[in-house]
Design a protein around this ligand. Structure first.
Ligand code: PXG
Length: 291
């Protein structure tokens, strides 16, 4: 397996970064998770725009142009002969000393691209749906650290994920500090009520997911149903007609129970099933060609 590291394709064993990189010392850096389907990278530009926005927010200058990053992603996929893949892009702050101040990082940021095949939730769960729970760890808030930054420090989400797994669930609903629904540990959340699709807006603590965006477009344009980015409570989730999660890794996964409350009749809903189909068509027919 070849890894892209600072402009070179190297073997996995040689893809190493210094222990003085602030990406390791402090989680100081940003990342993206992207997917390629059927020889095309899905929404590559949108992912790179989000990477650049995360970097800008933490005042990290990515040392190459977006076009060159695009080429590097394609090159890495080609060298691994991967046409259906998960792509992890990482930009670290670079090497410094043991102090927090990134001014001391005299080396440029490191760029890493890992491409691999991906293991999803087991296939049958897409038909059956998953059971999820609300966890104690709250999604961090805009007034401390923007949840819209995809930073290398994912402890907030990791704690939530561990709490979900300990509670026997595959995903965690994270509330924000006001007690409203923000998102899940690695996915956005949607509900359907009376024919309208709802999802929490960014400021509530939701990452502006690329899959979330695609799903909102499909709901509006293909399913012709209204979409609202609106504050939702856990009461709204328990009493929804449908619930599902979206993310690059998970795609669209139906939720059939939340905190032991069955969602409607405990089966994946019609809107969810239609969106899964539309999303599949979209991911297999659009995107940046790998060749
Ligand atoms: N919310 C959070 C907090 C995320 O990290 C999403 C939503 C979905 O966004 P996209 O753009 O992918 O639709 C993410 C992204 C994992 C894992 O192992 C998940 C993400 C990132 C890294 C690892 O589940 N999800």
């Amino acid at each position: 397996m070849k890894i892209y590291l600072d402009g070179k394709l190297v073997e996995k064993e040689d893809a190493k970064i210094s222990v003085f990189d602030h990406g390791l010392l402090y989680g100081d850096g940003v990342f993206e998770g992207i997917r390629a389907y059927n020889g095309r990278v899905f929404r590559l530009k949108e992912h790179l725009d989000r990477l650049w926005a995360s970097a800008k927010t933490i005042n990290l200058k990515i040392p190459i142009q977006q076009k060159d990053m695009e080429k590097a992603v394609i090159e890495t996929l080609l060298s691994n002969e991967l046409f259906d893949a998960y792509i992890r892009l990482i930009v670290t702050r670079g090497c410094g000393d043991l102090g927090l101040d990134p001014i001391k990082c005299t080396m440029p940021p490191s760029l890493v691209i890992i491409t691999d095949t991906i293991s999803l939730y087991p296939e049958e769960l897409y038909g059956k749906g998953i059971e999820i729970i609300t966890v104690p760890t709250r999604r961090m808030t805009q007034d401390s650290l923007s949840p819209n930054i995809k930073s290398l420090n994912y402890l907030n989400n990791i704690l939530a994920k561990m709490e979900a797994v300990r509670g026997g669930a595959m995903e965690a609903i994270m509330l924000n500090s006001e007690g409203y629904v923000a998102e899940c540990s690695g996915d956005n959340i949607f509900i359907v009520k009376n024919g309208t699709l709802y999802t929490p807006p960014g400021p509530e603590g939701a990452l502006l997911g690329i899959t979330r965006d695609a799903v909102m477009e499909l709901a509006k344009n293909k399913l012709k149903i209204p979409v609202r980015e609106e504050r939702i409570s856990i009461y709204n989730v328990y009493n929804a007609d449908e619930c599902f999660l979206t993310g690059t890794a998970a795609e669209i996964v139906p939720v059939v129970s939340v905190d032991s409350r069955e969602i409607f009749n405990g089966e994946p809903g019609k809107v969810t099933i239609n969106l899964i189909k539309e999303f599949k068509d979209l991911t297999r027919s659009t995107g940046t060609p790998i060749k």
